[in-house]
Design a binder for this molecule. Structure first.
Ligand code: ADP
Ligand code: MG
Length: 422
């Protein structure tokens, strides 16, 4: 086969699996467990790397070139350092098997490339799409820099005959074009999958808010009537057993009502009016509202509140968010315990409010799902409390962070922009 044919084959080997992966795994990829995702990723990248190496293009009779660096870089950046590292090692071993010449150079280049790409991975993961594409290309430039440096080092600083050939230059151009195509494809396919998922989620939320808005009112009114009559029936001269039944009915109605409130606060078009309030006073009043509920579960709520914590917030919504957090904290301690609520100004003009419990905590998998609608581990939960709370805090330009350790407890930290004076 002509060398140019091999180059085209290399391009196909690198690009084609991306389509295959998208076709077979696309949306399912997001719902797969991390381990399975890693295994599939590894298999795809590994076969791409090996195929690249089996069909190299010859620049000079001694210089075999292939595009294996592209799938290896993909594995580092889109997979994990572990996958990238194992592919690098596999590619080196395979290189020895098919062509033991020039191993020193290959090894040196790899040892210059691997630590850098491992370090860059973090920045890459946090970057926006455009920057990610640039980082990916920059890694290619760095790799070629390393290979030219190493080969000139091994040749006593004289650039070899190979680097000046037209074929080598063509190879470099093809490398960068294919790199760009690969990373652009991965990014746009990932974006499409994300968009489709967001759309589904938005559709679900819209349906939920439309339905709850209408039904909740219709259900709540008759419920209030029933509750009123039950209270009237609950007279002291009634038999103890019957009074118990009535009390249970009232409690259950209250529970249904609080679920409807959760739904309603989500469905209701929210007014975003804010007032300047003393956050510590607000916290104090919420804690006193929740103290009785906590006591009935053998939980004490302690506070450590700094004075003069001012913020522009919607007090009603803020209370609702805190009640959600405190209720979850109480429910996470079936055998009782302590909740610590703190509030203090932070160095960077923010207020930090935390709710810390000594409850059952959460695993990493559970933490990831927090705040998504209907996510609940409780028999009688709605899975809406945290979603509403997150929405409330975001609407006040704040952030909410969760730290949790299974069996030890959970800490929710809210950060709100601080106001210095009334
Ligand atoms: P619900 O309380 O109705 O289940 P939430 O949205 O308030 O819904 O909470 C969702 C889930 O998050 C809970 O079912 C629970 O598993 C978990 N969770 C929330 N807060 C805590 C906490 N403080 N400790 C342990 N798990 C928690
Ligand atoms: Mg809750």
């Amino acid at each position: 086969m002509e060398e140019i044919d091999y180059l085209v084959l290399q391009i196909i080997i690198v690009i084609f699996p991306i389509f295959i992966y998208q076709m077979f795994f696309g949306e399912r990829f997001h719902t797969m467990s991390t381990n399975r995702r890693k295994i599939y990723g590894f298999l795809f990248w590994c076969s791409t790397v090996l195929l690249c190496m089996v069909f190299p293009t010859l620049i000079t009779p001694e210089h075999r070139f292939d595009l294996r660096l592209i799938p290896i870089t993909e594995a580092f950046l889109y997979g994990s350092n572990g996958i990238g590292l194992s592919l690098s090692i596999i590619s080196l071993i395979f290189r020895v098997l098919i062509n033991p010449n020039g191993m020193a150079a290959a090894f040196l280049v790899m040892s210059l490339y691997v630590p850098v790409v491992m370090l860059i991975r973090r920045t890459f993961c946090k970057a926006v799409q455009k920057k990610r594409i640039m980082i990916f290309m920059a890694i290619g430039v760095y790799y070629f820099g390393c290979s030219i440096l190493v080969s000139s080092l091994l040749n006593n600083f004289i650039l070899g005959h190979m680097e000046s050939t037209i074929k080598f230059r063509l190879f470099v151009v093809i490398y960068f074009v294919t790199s760009w195509m690969a990373v652009f494809l991965i990014e746009s396919l990932m974006e499409k999958v994300q968009m489709r998922m967001d759309l589904q989620q938005a559709e679900k939320m819209k349906l939920l808010s439309d339905l709850t808005g209408v039904f909740a009112h219709e259900i709540r009114n008759p419920m209030q009537v029933v509750r009123g009559f039950l209270q009237l029936l609950n007279e002291p001269d009634l038999a103890e057993g019957k009074r118990n039944y009535i009390q249970i009915s009232i409690d259950e109605l209250d529970r249904a009502n609080s679920i409807i409130n959760d739904f309603l606060s989500f469905a209701r078009p929210s007014t975003n009016e804010t007032q300047r309030v003393n956050v510590e006073n607000q916290l104090d009043s919420v804690v006193s509202i929740m103290a009785a509920y906590a006591m009935s579960h053998n939980v004490v709520i302690n506070t450590a509140l700094s004075k003069g914590c001012l913020a522009d917030i919607n007090a009603q919504k803020f209370n609702q968010c805190l009640i959600n957090l405190l209720k979850n904290a109480v429910e996470s301690m079936p055998c009782g315990g302590e909740i610590l609520v703190t509030c203090a100004p932070n160095v960077d003009n923010h207020l930090e409010i935390s709710v810390k419990d000594q409850g059952i905590g959460m695993t990493k998998e559970q933490l990831k799902k927090l705040g998504t609608p209907y996510y609940t581990l409780k028999d009688k939960g709605t899975g809406l409390g945290l979603m509403v709370s997150y929405q409330i805090i975001h609407s006040m330009k704040g952030t909410i962070k969760v730290e949790s350790e299974e069996g030890k407890g959970t800490k929710f930290t809210i950060r709100l922009p601080q106001i210095k004076s009334f």
